[in-house]
Design a protein around this ligand. Structure first.
Ligand code: PLP
Length: 352
């Protein structure tokens, strides 16, 4: 039997994982999580009652996250990566007769997951500088039926931060949920979570991830900060015991190392600034970034060609050159100082 007909039109979401010396294509942290965290986890593993189902409510982890963000436990929902949070949001609030709204170019999984859940997608456009114009927010939301509106701040793959005013405009114009994906939030030092106190804040959902800023992409843990009724709806659609005991414990322990994580974030930000200064001397356009990656466009060169020539030098970046609105662009993750230097000299060589 063929799979669901509407799925056939959707190509999966893949970033090629090629074996190279310098891998700067998926925005992971270039450094492993704190050694102290690993030790604490090894100890904790000996105590986990693996013959029992995990705490379905993830009480300990949610309490720790609530404390970290100054909210209450019933305002936190946890899942296997923030992508599962997004999927639960769309299962609960999307579907036929509803819509998902994105402003392109942005994180491809917002519209992809929407379509997987049978939610029609309405795509707005970003301005030339990749910001979302408030007029565009009004125009797109006017035609959307019961929308779940997605923002990404800082935006992947452009690096731009979404101003509060844009998110407030979406909350004012629509009566649906407004979701702000903050997978890279801590790199910017900003969060839309504070807008929960403003009009429409009872429909605001902030989504966060352990994958980037916490150096824990291998763990698969993400969460939402949302009004309690939204959290209840998400629990309604999540599979029973979806979050295993090990992940709950690992995440809870990670929060004990928040100070170390902040230092790592600060050093990646410093390295990003150095990378951008060096890029400024090359024949590329680049966009200011508030994240751990930089979008750039080689001038007078075919983007895919440059990507291939970097790959020949064992440097893998993200080829975004044929994405709508990103013609000729490539996205590079901020790596270690050494990795960035290898990337920069390879790029220098390729650009001649
Ligand atoms: C990397 C990324 C995520 C992370 O997803 P996880 O499932 O938590 O690994 C979420 N949103 C955006 C925009 C990302 O770039």
């Amino acid at each position: 039997m063929p799979m669901r007909e509407d799925l056939g039109r959707l190509s999966g979401y893949h970033s090629p994982q090629v074996d190279v010396a310098v891998r700067l294509n998926t925005n992971e942290s270039p450094v492993p999580p704190p050694a102290g965290w690993r030790e604490a986890l090894q100890k904790a593993v000996g105590e986990i009652p693996f013959h029992r189902y995990p705490d379905r409510a993830a009480t300990g982890l949610r309490e720790a996250l609530a404390l970290h963000h100054g909210v209450t436990r019933d305002e936190i929902f946890c899942a296997n990566g923030s992508n599962e949070v997004l999927q639960c949001l769309l299962l609960a609030y999307g579907g036929r007769g509803r819509s998902a709204v994105t402003f392109e170019p942005t994180y491809a999984l917002h519209s992809h997951i929407a379509r997987l859940t049978g939610t029609p997608v309405i795509q707005g456009r970003r301005a030339a500088d990749f910001t979302v114009d408030e007029g565009e927010v009004r125009r797109v939301l006017a035609e959307a039926v019961d929308p779940v509106t997605f923002f990404c701040s800082p935006n992947n793959p452009t690096g731009t931060l979404e101003p509060d005013s844009t998110i407030e405009a979406a909350l004012a114009v629509s009566r649906g949920l407004v979701v702000v994906d903050e997978a890279y939030g801590p790199f910017s030092g900003r969060s839309a979570a504070a807008l929960a106190e403003r009009p429409g804040g009872d429909r605001l959902v902030v989504v966060a991830s352990f994958s980037k800023t916490w150096s824990l992409a291998g763990l698969r843990l993400g969460y939402a900060i949302a009004p309690a009724p939204v959290v209840e709806a998400l629990e309604h659609v999540a599979l029973p015991y979806h979050l295993d005991a090990l992940t709950q414990e690992a995440g809870r322990l990670a929060l004990d190392f928040a100070g170390e994580t902040e230092k790592r974030v600060a050093s990646i930000v410093a390295e990003r600034e150095r990378l951008q200064q060096r890029l400024a001397r090359l024949a590329v356009d680049q966009w200011p970034s508030e994240a751990n990656f930089v979008l750039f466009r080689p001038l007078g060169r075919d983007g895919h060609d440059v990507w291939e020539q970097l790959l020949e030098r064992s440097v893998l970046v993200r080829d975004t050159s044929n994405w709508p609105g990103l013609q000729g662009c490539l996205r590079v993750t901020v790596g270690t100082r050494d990795e960035n230097d290898v990337f920069l000299s390879a790029l220098e060589e390729v650009l001649g």
